[in-house]
Each structure stands twice: as C-alpha cells, then as structure tokens.
Write a protein that binds this ligand. Structure first.
Ligand SMILES: [Ca+2]
Ligand SMILES: [Ca+2]
Length: 408
C-alpha cells in the first residue's frame, strides 16, 4: 500500500513539474509571428449532365488556408431568362454542395460565389439538362398507402380486404372525391410522377383538404415528405421527414405519440349519456402510449354507422406527432355548437396550405436540406371530439406542385 502511495505521489509531482515547465516555455515565446493571410481557391468541373426533374450533385473543391471554413458563405445562382427577355441571376442555393434540379430541358450556366471575410471568389459551370420523353402532371397521381382512423360519416369503406380499399381510394384520388382520413393517425401516402423541386426561397407544393362547412368542422393535418434519394421508386423508411410547421415546437405538441383503436362489439348495449346526442358514450375504446385510455362517443345522428374500419381486424395502432387543436363548446355546455381552431403555417387544411420543402426536419427536429420530394404523407395529428357534431376529422383531396412547368 505504502509503495503504491509513494508511486502516485511521484506521478503527481512529475505532472505538476511538466505542467509548470510548459507554462514557462509559453512565456519565453512572445507572439511575434505575423498573422498569415487567409487564402481561398475554388475548383469546379466544367460541365454536368442530368435529365429533367432529376438532381445532379454539383460539388466544388474549396481550399481555405489560414481561415475558418465554417465562416465561408456560399451563393449559387443560375442565369434565367425572364418573360420580357431579360437575363437575370436567380439564387438557387446557399450550401457548399448544390443539388441541381431543373423542370425544363436546357443548358444552364451555374455560378458559385464564395465569400470568406474580405475574400470573394467565383467559379462557373454548365449543366446540360436533357429531355426524359415523359409527360408530367402537377398533382399527385398514385396512392401508395392508406390507413384511416375512426370516423363517423364514411362507414369506413364497406370492404373486407385492403386491396379492395386501395382500389377504391386510387379511384377517389383520380376523381378528387375527398378521401376520409378520420381522427388522429389517419393517413394517406401519395406519389407525384416527378420530383417536386425545392425551389430556393419559395413554397413548393400545396395540400388540398375539404373545407369547413357551416357547423361541420375539419382538422388541419400534418405533412411528411420523402425524397427518393436512392432512386428505387419507393419511399423508404429512412427517407421520410416531417414538415415542422407553426405548432412543431410548441409545448403542447407530443412527438412519437401512439394510439390503439379497438373494434367496437356490435352486441354491446349502448351507454347513453345525459345529452340527447350521446347515443353511446362507451362506443370505441382507445388506449395510448402514455397509459391513458378513453372512448369515442357514437352520436345519435350517426348511430347506424361503423366508425371503425371493418377491414382493420380487432385493433390497430397509429403513430406520429400529436398536435393540440383548440375545440370550444359555444352552446352553454349543450355540446351542440363548437369553435374549432386552426394552425398558422406548415399544415394542410388551413388558410394557406402551401408548404416549403425547406421546413422538413429529421427525427431529432434538425432541419434537413432536400433537393425536392417525390412522396407526401398527409397525417391527421389531432384528436378532438366536438359533441353532437362528432369527431373532428379530415378528408384529403389532392396535393399540387406549385412551381410546375408544363412546357418541356
Ligand atoms: Ca422551397
Ligand atoms: Ca427510395
């Protein structure tokens, strides 16, 4: 024991000596060396090729000496001809690497300006965008997946298999009939026939839902987007990002919320409430991943309908971000008239349902930069009942590319 103690003391002494001698040496060397001037040099391949609505990575070689690379500012511009024939530079990016993507086949002159303190350097390249021979549409054209949550008025599609349901939903999308998503967790995944470009500094697509109509109120919906980065034509699990709208950072927003809906037993006697419209207060049982449970009330008006999608088995679980929707009874507690709130920006079913792809975030809430998106998922992120007017639900109609170019 003694031996170890001695040894340790010796180490401490050496450490102390080393530390002090190091400090001394610093004092012996006053900072007389001149500050080296920063230098910046750029290199970029002279041309790139890609086809219309596809992204090509334009990756410059940036060499910075005696300067902090984190302080470098990047500005990508492309020469665009305006409607009156004037040629102007449009900003298309502000990151070191550019994902160039264009709606029209043409030859583009792309310039990069890098600013580092007092230094400014420019470099330019050509991107040749070729035709694909395909015709594109501005709206989503196919349904990839569909999972409705309970809803009062749709009878949740009188089918027994998912294949039958999907055929009906695809036809409803084409006809723009309005597709019932129900309450929390109801969702639809749709695909465009082209990549919706994330236009710099602009909103890129809009989501069309059915609108509030008299006493019938609908919920805003959350949007998730996927860019087919690996080009396999599939929205892979790791390609999805949530659009972080106005409610995303609020304390009332619950991430990774899960609800399980249980199929009501048709043989069960209805538990009527004190109000005339409360046909069965214990109609459809739900549980969540916060150890809570409750029942969706069946209202008198919809008593002959199934709220539960009959093809979904005995129970099913939905998951995603839950957003608080203010719902206020304005009928002196009668539960017959309600005010339903809305969200400011970044959702479907609101006053301005246009979305900037740059609002996309990953699972940790960190902003991601996507060159565009191929798939969108519309998800009912609220859970609210409005008395006699029943569940606050949503219907998806369409989604549309806002900067779509019809001409080739
Ligand atoms: Ca954008
Ligand atoms: Ca993919």
């Amino acid at each position: 024991m003694k031996k170890y103690l001695k040894h340790s003391l010796f180490l401490v002494a050496v450490g102390a000596f080393y530390c002090c001698s190091n400090d001394d040496s610093k004092q012996d060397n006053p900072e007389t060396q001149p500050v080296k001037e920063a230098s910046l040099s750029l290199k970029l391949a002279s041309d790139f090729t890609v086809s219309r609505y596809n992204a090509v990575t334009v990756d410059p070689e940036v060499v910075i000496e005696n300067g902090d690379p984190a302080l470098a500012e990047y500005k990508w511009t492309v020469k665009a001809t305006g409607t009156n024939g004037t040629v102007k530079d449009s900003v298309i990016g502000d990151t070191k690497t550019l994902q160039f993507i264009a709606p029209k086949a043409a030859s583009y002159t792309v310039n990069l300006t890098v600013i580092l303190g007092k230094l400014t350097k420019q470099v330019s390249t050509k991107v040749a965008v070729s035709e694909t021979g395909k015709t594109y549409t501005s709206k989503v054209i196919s349904v990839i997946d569909y999972l409705p949550a309970p809803s009062y008025s749709s009878d949740n599609t009188p089918f027994t298999t998912k294949a039958e349901v999907m055929a009906q939903i695809q036809s409803d999308l084409t006809e723009e009939n309005g597709i019932s998503l129900g309450t929390f967790g109801g969702s639809i995944v749709t695909a465009f026939d082209h990549t919706v470009i994330n236009t710099y500094g602009k909103r890129d697509f809009k989501v069309l839902m059915n609108e509030n109509n008299g006493s019938l109120k609908f919920s805003p919906v959350s949007i998730y987007v996927a860019y087919d980065a690996n080009k396999n034509g599939i929205a892979d699990e790791n390609e999805w990002y949530e659009i972080a709208g106005s409610e995303y950072h609020k304390s009332t927003t619950v991430k990774n919320y899960e609800m399980t809906y249980n199929k009501p037993d048709p043989a069960k006697a209805a538990a009527t409430g004190t109000k005339d419209w409360q046909f069965d207060k214990e109609y459809l049982k739900w549980t969540d991943n916060k150890n809570a449970f409750g029942f969706i009330t069946k209202t008198k008006k919809w008593r002959r309908y199934n709220y539960y999608p009959q093809w979904m088995g005995e129970s099913y679980t939905v998951k995603g971000t839950k957003v608080y929707l203010p719902v206020k009874d304005v009928s002196d507690g009668e539960g017959t008239v309600f005010n339903v709130g809305t969200f400011e920006w970044g959702y479907g079913g609101i006053k301005d349902p246009s979305i900037d792809i740059s609002w996309a975030v990953d699972n940790n809430g960190k902003k991601v930069h996507l060159p565009g998106i191929d798939f969108i998922k519309v998800f009912v992120s609220t859970f609210a009942e409005a008395g006699a007017t029943d569940l606050v639900t949503s219907y998806f109609i369409q989604a549309e590319d806002l900067n779509f170019s019809k001409s080739k």
